[in-house]
Design a protein around this ligand. Structure first.
Ligand code: FAD
Length: 468
């Protein structure tokens, strides 16, 4: 395991049980970490006492006319699209996996491949019902400044009980996808600047092993929503069974086995081969190819390979996603890719997206680009990898960029202060002081990134069985 540790885990099934757990934690001065599906790559949902809210997952309401859906915190993105797609509604923002919960998605203010045009998920949330540590509950809407702090506040201000989301109307069962390649960083950024806001979705997979004139070579996918009438079988193809990801690759190999096929490549040379093969197969087969793909197939690529994390066993992986203002992005990307080569620690999987700024207090959004990078962790590379991430963070911070707390395991408090600025961090600390003076809601991430995060002294832990 790359980060995290042993914890007492409580698993409520109702909002009432969750409220009882919060009451108990307050009375006992017991630090509590709220956890959704645990999809965050770092320590955001790690702590010594964890409340796993995935059992609280009812869809409370859905209006098929307006496309407004309300779900309990543990409702997953999978549940939402499967509930609504046949009615012509799709989640406005989705991550690369459909596993995250509504609460986790809101707490991290997740983004999708449409970040440049749709912003983060918070911009599509109409209301959240929250539970404060003092036991009170409130409905927060964008009219309330606290709404903008709880969303992006990584579970440190309040427990989210329900989320009300405006879905996106879709008129077709498929997206029009355009695959193309960029031969280097210059071509990559030129393409993004031309297409990021005129397409509905855009994402690039970058071969970080390529250097010199080929540095930054990438396979880019842009996608566009179709209009009504662009396909003939919309009503049928929108049925969930037609949107589901196939259970077998090429109709033969069970998806569940795919990680085994990748396992022999789980070393630097193997991943170099995978990256080269992916780029050149893209160049030969997919360059300037246009095709149609179901919404689920386009968005949830990683769900094609269940158990893909096992490729990184036994040490696990960390992901490190940097966000850089657009005017510095080309230079910073080149610097961090060079740095990885110098350290002999090149990311195995790198993904580029375009973003825009937003109003959320601790948001990662900015007018620029992100580079998400997966790194295998081993006993022998761990120290050097953390040093590499710190060095990359220094470059990003100097360029006015940020990291994303859902995809971070290494950033230090002083760098976070530089990235997010004292004003925002003070505002966050004030909310915490006001809403949770004893600092009950906390995670390993909070203690790592905020200098003033102090742990209360807990009294004895009662048997978890009494609580759930
Ligand atoms: C394969 C993969 C692809 C991904 N792709 C993307 C992507 O494209 N874009 C993106 O933005 N992210 C992406 N992510 C990250 C993921 O979307 C976020 O980490 C998201 O927050 C995970 O939701 P979760 O339910 O798993 O929450 P967890 O990881 O369990 O928790 C995340 C945070 O939310 C807090 N939290 C959870 N529930 C509550 C609650 N009820 N009240 C208050 N706080 C709560 C936790 O304390 C924690 O701080 C990806 C992750 C994976 C594994």
């Amino acid at each position: 395991m790359a980060v995290g540790g042993a914890a007492d885990v409580l698993r409520p099934n109702t909002q009432q049980q969750l409220a009882q757990i919060v009451d108990w934690a307050r009375a006992q001065r017991r630090p509590l970490t709220v956890r959704g599906s645990g999809c965050s790559y770092g320590d955001a949902a790690c702590g010594t006492t964890v409340v796993d809210v995935t059992g609280i997952c009812r869809i409370v309401a859905f209006d098929a006319i307006s496309g407004v859906i309300r779900g309990e915190t543990g409702t997953t993105i999978a549940q939402i699209w499967q509930h609504t797609v046949a009615h012509g509604w799709w989640p406005p923002v989705v991550s690369g996996t459909m596993a995250p919960t509504l609460g986790g998605a809101a707490a991290m203010n997740i983004h999708g491949k449409n970040a440049a045009v749709a912003g983060p998920i918070g911009e599509h949330i109409r209301a959240i019902k929250v539970l404060f540590v003092d036991g009170s509950q409130r409905e927060l809407t964008p009219a309330d400044p606290l709404f903008f702090a709880v969303i992006s506040g990584f579970g440190q201000l309040a427990v989210i009980l329900e989320v009300e989301l405006q879905l996106k109307k879709i008129h077709a069962a498929r997206l029009q996808v355009w695959a193309t390649v960029a031969r280097n960083l210059d071509e990559l950024f030129t393409f993004f600047e031309h297409h990021a806001t005129s397409s509905d979705y855009i994402v690039a997979w970058l071969d970080a092993f390529a250097s010199g004139a080929a540095q930054g070579r990438s396979l880019i996918h842009t996608a566009y929503h179709l209009h009504a009438g662009d396909e003939t079988d919309t009503a049928t193809a929108l049925q969930v069974r037609h949107q589901q990801l196939p259970l077998r690759l090429f109709g033969i190999i069970p998806k569940a086995w795919m990680w085994l096929a990748l396992k022999p490549f789980s070393n630097a040379w193997g991943m170099r081969v995978v990256n080269v093969a992916r780029y050149w197969s893209g160049w030969l087969l997919a360059r300037d190819k246009r095709y149609r793909q179901s919404h689920a197939a386009f968005h949830f690529l990683l769900d094609y390979v269940p158990n893909w994390k096992k490729v990184y066993s036994p040490g696990g992986l960390i992901q490190h996603q940097i966000f850089v203002p657009k005017q510095h992005a080309r230079q910073v990307f080149a610097q961090v890719l060079d740095l990885q080569r110098q350290h002999g620690l090149v990311t195995w999987l790198a993904v580029v997206k375009r973003h825009r700024p937003d109003e959320f207090l601790l948001s990662h959004g900015l007018d620029g680009y992100s580079l998400a990078q997966d790194f295998a962790v081993t006993a022998s590379n761990r120290k050097a990898l953390w040093q590499l991430c710190h060095a990359m963070d220094d470059i990003v911070a100097a360029a006015g960029g940020k990291v994303y707390f859902a995809k971070d395991a290494t950033v230090r408090a002083q760098t976070v202060a530089q990235m997010f600025g004292s004003q925002r961090l003070q505002q966050f600390a004030q909310w915490r002081q006001q809403l949770d003076p004893d600092g009950i809601l906390r995670s390993a991430l909070l203690e790592r990134v905020l200098d003033d995060a102090r742990s209360p002294s807990p009294t004895n832990l009662p048997p978890a069985a009494n609580l759930v």
